[in-house]
Design a protein around this ligand. Sequence first.
Ligand code: KG4
Ligand code: ZN
Length: 349
Amino acid sequence: MSNEPLVLGIETSCDETGVGIVRGTTLLADAVASSVDEHARFGGVVPEVASRAHLEAMPATIEMALAEAGVSIGDIDAIAVTAGPGLVGALLVGTATAQALALATSKPLYGVNHLAAHVAVDRLEHGPLPRPAIALLVSGGHSSLLRVDDVTADVTALGATIDDAAGEAFDKVGRLLGLPFPGGPHIDGLAVTGDPRAIDFPRGLSGQRDLERHRFDFSFSGLKTAVARWVELRQRDGEPIHLPDVAAAFQEAVVDVLTRKAVDACRQEGVEHLLLGGGVAANSRLRELLGQRCTAAGLILRVPRPGLCTDNGAMVAALGAALVESGRPASALGLPVDSALGVEQVSVG
Ligand code: KG4
Ligand code: ZN
């Protein structure tokens, strides 16, 4: 019998209802129900629709995860749940479920940070995390550069976006190019046949003056406006727009800045391990360029497979197991949700 903790994790911070089960660093089940199709016609995630979808999907998703792992709820050693950041109504569905399970099974409850969970998930793919590591987290809701000395207790924010998240920029540019929501994967697909040098779009917060104050921060809203203006001018003049070129040039501008700053953070901190996470980590050009730049800089890059990079319950369970293994205290049964939970707070009281 393994003495590694068997942990069930619940994720409901945005539009994915995720229930994952891990034993230590071994993934046993990863059940995810997404409400993304229900939001598509609105061009973005509608919080009330997301909350209701979590409520409807939760029981079946828990059943699916338990069946996939071949365990019963009574076997579980601890329950972990995302307590923030995220949409407050959506978070509440997850925490209420986790509280009920913890109460019914008399097992400890861990309310965890969604961003730290995105980092911890790599335990399931590549084993225990290197210490220290720099993490680049890029998704529809967040874009952060972190220094992670201990994912259970010591996470430092080096920088973050000052406006749109990277995935949000992909989705907004996708919308203005007439692509379905979410735009990220469509832009990635279109860009394959486009020329990234066809248009010279701006690299946010990369000029000398900006770097002095915002060395590890990101800004994507100026880039989005530049793409909108470029398209408008062509349309006004009746000139043809080659969508693959626009997609490739936009994508290159995002990916160039993300990779440059991530490698710079490793250099400045003297850290040789870089971890990539979040939904945008599925982007083929980001993975390619980051790989090239890490190799050139002598850095070791760890990227979980795309299914673990997007929001899921296994990442929450992975962080929960790390907290149990490190002997960190459990949360109170009535744990709070915090829609703006700071990235440096790994778990809540
Ligand atoms: O982590 P995630 O599933 O949910 C959030 O926490 O936001 O990330 C979703 C985001 C969306 O903005 C989506 O467009 C983006 O990840 N995304 C991509 C790709 N696949 C997903 N962006 C660029 N290229 C992709 N291949
Ligand atoms: Zn996320």
